[in-house]
Design a protein around this ligand. Structure first.
Ligand code: ZN
Length: 94
């Protein structure tokens, strides 16, 4: 399973968790505030891919984080749609 890094907006903790791609962790295990976690992109792998662009690494990481945020929102939407479908199907078949 892929490993994700989450940052807590409440206590500033950084959590490294492994879960499947469709799952999203939102609750902080350290301060137990729900919905405080934001998934962070794996900066290390993106830097390794293009080591020659050292000057714009900061900008690259910034846009990468923005993309990751949008990706996260998209995943949330997808997850909600899937849940809706599961509800509809369970009503239909029961
Ligand atoms: Zn926390």
């Amino acid at each position: 399973m892929p490993i994700y890094i989450y940052g807590c907006a409440h206590c500033g903790s950084e959590l490294t968790v492994s879960h499947s791609m469709v799952e999203i962790m939102e609750d902080c295990e350290v301060c137990e505030v729900s919905g405080s976690l934001t998934r962070r992109p794996s900066i290390f792998s993106s830097v390794k891919k293009k080591p020659e662009q050292k000057q714009k690494v900061g900008d690259h990481v910034k846009s990468f984080i923005e993309e990751a945020k949008q990706d996260l929102n998209q995943q949330k939407d997808d997850l909600e749609k899937k849940n809706d479908w599961n509800i509809i199907r369970s009503i239909h078949f029961n």
